[in-house]
Design a protein around this ligand. Structure first.
Ligand code: CAA
Length: 269
């Protein structure tokens, strides 16, 4: 741990590497290592996972926005740390568990991506549920330029998101995708004006946060099953999830509200 901390200067150790804001039922988590373009150091990832896990346990939080700065969502794993990582550490360290912990977050996460979204940064955005991209966003897996390859799911998730041809192009050449290309290829679902990158993500998160948290979690997991596994298993999960959602008070409320022509009030019951 001492060596892991060695690359941080004293000032950096005093600041939060992750900033948290609450806006009603929406929590906004911002990576805050601007001098290094939010490179994902162990300390930053530890703070990020701790924040996400805590927010996921908080019933009042219905949606999370995860962003960086205007210049960079995140420029990848911290290359200084990576350069000193042994193969055994890479295969066994706490780092892998952190990525898995983010996948297990049940609360929907909207990634607000402005600027560089590279390497581990792109892998982090792909672990989120919706990506809102600024027109300035640049997505890439440039690990090949370092003599390695994506190590936090990039070869798998990018391929599933954009297909083999584009994934091979991006991963083998190290080239970046513009926000427009990312939209055309299906990596992101919305591209917004430069200055609106965070506000538009928050607006989407507020809309999501109004839905039933039970249905949201089940729907998130069901879509992830489509992304991660075979169709028939995903369909079987969806059937069970649908029955479970249907048995919730929120489903009664949602359907009654529709029939009574009023806005539903979902309580997560
Ligand atoms: N790790 C550590 N530091 C990084 C970093 C990273 N991934 N990316 C940027 N920085 C640092 C730079 O070293 C620089 O620090 P100093 O000011 O102390 O020199 C600072 O952030 C600003 O960066 P630049 O001066 O390079 O800024 P730029 O605007 O000229 O270039 C950039 C921006 C194109 C993003 C360039 O910084 C870059 O190519 N970064 C590396 C991107 C990369 O290769 N990411 C993949 C990392 S490996 C990985 O992620 C493995 C995995 O799958 C988990």
């Amino acid at each position: 741990m001492a060596t892991e901390l060695a690359h941080l200067d004293a000032a950096e150790r005093r600041v939060n590497l992750v900033e948290l804001e609450r806006d009603g039922a929406v929590a906004v988590v911002l990576l805050n290592r601007p001098q290094q373009l939010n490179a994902l150091s162990d300390e930053l990832m530890e703070e990020l996972v701790a924040a996400l896990v805590e927010l996921d346990r908080d019933e009042a939080v219905r949606c999370i926005v995860l962003g960086g700065s205007e210049r960079a969502f995140a420029a990848g794993a911290d290359i200084g740390v990576l350069a000193q990582t042994s193969p055994v550490e890479a295969a066994t360290s706490e780092r892998l568990a952190r990525w898995d912990a983010i996948r297990r977050i049940g609360t929907p996460i909207v990634a607000a991506v402005s600027g560089y979204c590279l390497g581990g940064g792109c892998e982090l955005a792909m672990l989120c549920d919706v990506i809102v991209a600024s027109e300035t966003a640049q997505f890439g897996q440039p690990e090949i330029n370092l003599g390695v390859l994506p190590g936090a799911g990039g070869t798998q998730r990018l391929t599933r998101a954009v297909g083999k041809a584009v994934a091979m192009d991006v991963i083998l050449s190290g080239r970046y995708l513009t926000a427009r290309e990312a939209l055309d290829f299906g990596l992101v679902s919305r591209v917004v004006a430069r200055e609106a990158w965070l506000e538009e993500a928050k607006r989407l998160a507020r809309a999501i946060a109004e839905k039933s948290p039970i249905a949201l979690r089940l729907a998130k997991e069901a879509v992830n099953r489509a992304y991660e596994g075979p169709l028939q298993l995903g369909v079987a999960y969806e059937r069970q999830a649908f029955g479970l959602a249907l048995s919730s008070e929120d489903a009664q409320e949602g359907m009654n509200a529709f029939l009574e022509k009023r806005k539903p009030e979902f309580r997560g019951r």
